[in-house]
Ligand binder design. Structure first.
Ligand code: AHR
Length: 502
């Protein structure tokens, strides 16, 4: 099977914002406790954070980290997590039926995030709380000194403000599972009031209003319209969240999950632009795709969920999905979709970072390792610079039950004008056939292939585990060659590939 595409530096979509390579740490399961933080672990630093995990996070190339939730934030009192540890209360976490010890809070997390070279993106609680608590945490985090909360931060050992720029106005308020679940009208009102108040403190904050928790929510579309009619002038981003898993072993549809993500993004852009037109606004709203991943959510609902109200554990093993090669191919394709919409998707957060539906896993007292999804994330973050380019792709299609006829191959490219570096990211969604792709790079000048790396395994269910942590990894794709300005490369069935040219 053959396919072809053309790279032209003039076919620009938009700048690749580094914030596209964000992630997400929620107080959920073993993401914080036993994940990034494990005092007593042989690699722990003086603050109890695992340095082996921090090193993997740096290697992953994470730009921004959303914190502290997620569903968790909708019942969270941020004040519980600051000040002397011995005074911090234990609380019920209604979202995950766990006990929150509050050993880690804003100060510890902000210092840790800076240490892994990431920007902190903070979510305020608009579930059980509102304007007051949002203003307090903003004052605590960003005001240098001389006020009640800023002086508390200084007294707590943090003389410098955390200077958080990006703030989420709550989380998934459209979801019936959310503590404080609201109608779009209710949420739109509280979000706009909170945004206005926060802007009184600092007009330059970047504010994210909640879109739908999935494109398949019954309120999808209407939620965005109503919320944006209320908040449009006061916010900078609307959020999208999407998770994918195979349904009834329909792998052909699962492999085409990025089609759903494409449609989702385009629908939210259309809705945002509709509100822009209604308001005759000059301002264009962007998307923060601040939760995306493969998540075996049905397993959580059927197996993992804690239902015993008498016993809410601390840091239980929750949502610890183990990712296969096929999952990572879908995952890499979701990154292609994000890049393809780089003009409007200017921030994104892989949900989540450690142990909880994560690219990095840890064993208490033991090793940390890379899941299959680590590889497409790290390499895309490493190679995708400059501008995202539309590729003129010609490839056969296949019939999928979920999305109709879809392309067998998907691809996007990036080009950095300053360095001349370009990268092409491709997937072959075929379950059985290899595809040879001819990539016309002649418009980039006299370039050669710097590297071509592929994620593939003859066993599409192969994965990295505690027992066999290096079973799957990237391999050099030795089929890649260039002649007459055309790169030829063969993509094995169910594979993700990144080609770097210069
Ligand atoms: O990432 C796991 C959960 O998924 C988050 O807490 C919530 O926002 C979403 O439903």
């Amino acid at each position: 099977i053959n396919a072809s595409l053309t790279i032209d530096p003039h076919f620009t979509v938009g700048d690749v914002n580094r914030r596209l390579f964000g992630s997400f740490v929620e107080h959920l399961g073993r993401c914080v406790y036993g994940g990034i933080y494990e005092p007593g672990h042989p690699t722990a630093d003086a603050d109890g954070f695992r340095t082996d995990v921090a090193e993997l996070i740096r290697e992953l190339g994470v730009s921004t980290i959303r914190y502290p939730g997620g569903n968790f934030v909708s019942g969270y009192r941020w004040e519980d997590g600051v000040g002397p540890r011995e005074d911090r209360p234990k609380r019920l976490d209604l979202a995950w039926h766990s006990t929150e010890t509050n050993e880690i809070g804003l100060d510890e997390f902000a210092s840790w995030a800076a240490g892994v070279d990431s920007e902190l993106m903070y979510a305020v609680n608009l579930g059980t709380r509102g304007i007051d608590a949002a203003l307090d945490v903003l004052e605590y985090a960003n005001i240098p000194s001389g006020t009640f909360w800023s002086d508390q931060r200084i007294a707590n050992g943090h003389p410098q403000p955390h200077n958080i720029r990006m703030w989420c106005l709550g989380n998934e308020m459209d979801g019936p599972w959310q503590v404080g679940h609201s109608t779009p009208e209710e949420y739109g009102r509280i979000a706009v009031k909170t945004a206005r108040a926060m802007r009184q403190v600092d007009p330059d904050l970047e504010l994210v209003v909640c879109g739908s928790s999935s494109a398949h929510m019954p309120t999808f579309g209407e939620w965005e319209r109503i919320v944006l009619e209320e908040t449009y002038d006061e916010v900078d981003f609307i959020s999208c969240h999407a998770y994918y898993e195979p349904k009834n072993d329909d792998f052909a549809s699962f492999l085409a999950s990025a089609v759903d993500m494409d449609r989702f993004i385009e629908a939210v852009v259309a809705t945002a632009d509709h509100v822009k037109a209604l308001r005759s606004s000059d301002k264009t709203l962007n998307i923060s795709f601040d939760e995306w991943n493969v998540w075996y959510q049905s397993r959580y609902n059927e197996v993992d969920k804690i239902t015993d109200v008498a016993d809410w554990p601390t840091a239980p093993r929750l949502l610890e999905d183990s990712y296969s090669v096929m999952d990572a191919v879908v995952f890499g394709n979701l990154m292609i979709s994000l890049l393809r919409h780089a003009d409007r998707v200017t921030a994104a957060s892989l949900a989540q970072l450690v142990n909880v539906i994560a690219p990095i896993m840890t064993e208490p007292g033991g090793i940390s390792w890379k899941q299959t999804t680590f590889f497409p994330f790290a390499l895309t973050s490493q190679l995708a610079h400059g501008r995202s380019l539309e590729v003129r792709l010609q490839a056969p299609t296949y019939a999928s039950d979920a999305y109709g006829d879809v392309s067998l191959v998907d691809a996007v490219a990036t080009h950095d004008e300053e360095t001349g570096d370009a990268a092409v990211f491709l997937v072959n969604r075929s379950l059985t056939e290899a595809v040879t792709v001819q990539i016309d790079v002649s418009r980039l000048g006299d370039v050669s292939v710097v590297s071509a790396q592929t994620l593939h395994d003859d066993d599409i269910h192969a994965r990295n585990t505690l027992e066999d942590p290096e079973r799957v990894g990237l391999k050099e794709n030795t089929s890649a060659s260039i002649a007459g300005g055309i790169v030829s490369i063969t993509l094995p069935a169910v594979s993700w590939t990144a080609v770097a040219v210069r």
